[in-house]
Design a protein around this ligand. Structure first.
Ligand code: LRH
Ligand code: MN
Ligand code: MN
Length: 431
């Protein structure tokens, strides 16, 4: 694997932290042993954990109001791979990238695949984009794409999704995520049932083009840009459509796409129960689709989601493999730092959920002991597993403290020199 940051620096950094890390790790090993848990198993599990990076997350995102570009932002998909390479090199938890077309479109997918592979990166699901008009496009999406009442607009949106599948195939991707912002801003603007019928009709066309070993992920979102009625607003609609389309269609849960206080872990449990949980876009939020860093606002919710995932994995075995992806927008932090931290926070929730004593929990539930049931979860959640995460990284060749090493490496300062800003450029494609 090609090292973006000098491996000598990584070794030096880890050596400096080694004594303290080992002491913390040994102390935690003792605490866990008293609970009958083997730290080595947990560390191995942490090493096997992976969450994909959003290509659009390595540039500053911006809001509807402004974008304040950072220094040394990637200017094309190849530079995005380099930044993703740093994140994976230091965290060893992000071995895949989720691309977004046409933002990441390249004439040379072979070269992109080779460069990404060189950094130890593969490709998770590719994302289509029919929520913006693209240059030179014949029909506008102003009034909808896959749900448009204009047949030619729908055909154009279907063709774009099929092109995404073809691009993804050339890159070794195995899934297509379809999110549409289609909907209405006014009661009566469109026929609620008619819009969903047109959506399904369009999606059938895309589904028919899916290769045998591909999945299609339907991503729901409560609102925005449609503020009255979004066509695929909730998991119920997503589930109904995935069921209608067939076994290769599954539901994707973006944590930020729900009303505040929604019980997202229950949605996860429901989708898993009926075999339709396809994957995640991890992020965090306080109010809406805030796209804040994973675990930055409500880490307990993230843990509870992983608690359901651990339960589903226990019930359903190796066949249960939802796709884990980050989907965040970074406005006030260095995107590389945010993505490293977020990957570690998601990995933390995964390890904490693995700590839950499932037999004890079952016993408490069977005894209707609500207090002890809740404590069984809290006990796992309150355990500081930082030493496990750091040891997993070090053993896999990453950094004990990724953000500290990244800052010390001077990568961003060098990127600022190598990648002079283009006036008006938008690295994510979000304008
Ligand atoms: C929509 C969304 C979807 C898009 C991404 C840029 O809010 O979550 O996943 O593809 O943001
Ligand atoms: Mn998303
Ligand atoms: Mn979103």
């Amino acid at each position: 694997m090609k090292a973006v940051i000098d491996n000598g620096l990584v070794a030096e950094h880890n050596a400096k932290l080694q004594v303290n890390l080992q002491a913390d790790y040994d102390a935690l090993a003792g605490i866990l042993a008293r609970r009958g848990q083997d730290i080595e198993k947990l560390t191995a599990a942490a090493q096997s954990f992976a969450v994909a990076l959003p290509s659009w997350g390595v540039g500053t995102g911006g809001t509807r109001f402004a974008r304040f570009p950072g220094k040394g932002e990637p200017r094309n998909v190849f530079e995005k791979m380099e930044d993703c390479g740093v994140i994976h090199q230091l965290t060893r938890a992000t071995p895949a990238v989720s691309l977004h077309f046409p933002w990441d479109k390249t004439d040379d997918p072979k070269a992109l695949r080779e460069i990404a592979n060189g950094y130890g990166l593969g490709f998770d699901a590719v994302n289509s984009n029919t929520f913006q008009d693209q240059q030179g496009q014949e029909h506008t999406y102003k009034y909808g794409s896959l749900t448009s009442n204009n047949a030619a607009t729908r055909a154009q949106a279907v063709a774009h999704n099929i092109e995404c599948i073809e691009l993804g195939q050339a890159l070794g991707s195995k899934g297509l995520t379809v999110w549409v912002g289609d909907g209405a801003n006014f009661p009566g603007q469109h026929n609620l049932r008619g819009a969903l019928e047109r959506y399904l009709d369009s999606m059938r066309g895309i589904y028919a083009a899916l290769p045998a070993d591909w999945l299609m992920y339907i991503e729901h979102k409560l609102f925005e840009p449609a503020f009255y009625a979004t066509t695929i607003a909730d998991w119920g609609t997503s589930f109904a459509c995935a069921t209608e389309l067939g076994p290769k269609a599954k539901c994707l849960v973006d944590l930020g796409h729900h009303a505040p206080n929604t019980n997202i872990e229950m949605i996860v449990a429901r989708l898993a129960q009926f075999g339709k949980l396809g994957g995640f876009h991890f992020n965090d939020s306080k109010y809406g689709d805030d796209d804040l860093d994973s675990g930055s606002i409500n880490p307990f919710q993230l843990f509870l989601v992983f608690n359901e995932l651990a339960d589903a994995a226990q019930r359903d075995g190796a066949g249960f493999k939802p796709s884990y992806m980050l989907d965040q927008s970074h406005n006030v932090t260095d995107p590389i730092e945010s993505l490293m931290n977020s990957a570690v926070e998601v990995q933390r929730a995964f390890v904490q959920a693995a700590l839950v004593d499932r037999d004890a929990l079952k016993r408490h539930q069977d005894n209707n002991d609500a207090l002890q049931s809740a404590q069984a979860l809290k006990h796992a959640y309150r355990t500081d597993v930082s030493a496990i995460l750091a040891m997993a990284r070090v053993r896999s060749g990453g950094a004990a403290d990724p953000v500290a090493l990244y800052r010390a490496s001077g990568y961003r300062e060098q990127a600022a020199v190598n990648r002079p800003a283009k006036a008006g450029a938008s690295s994510s494609g979000i304008v």
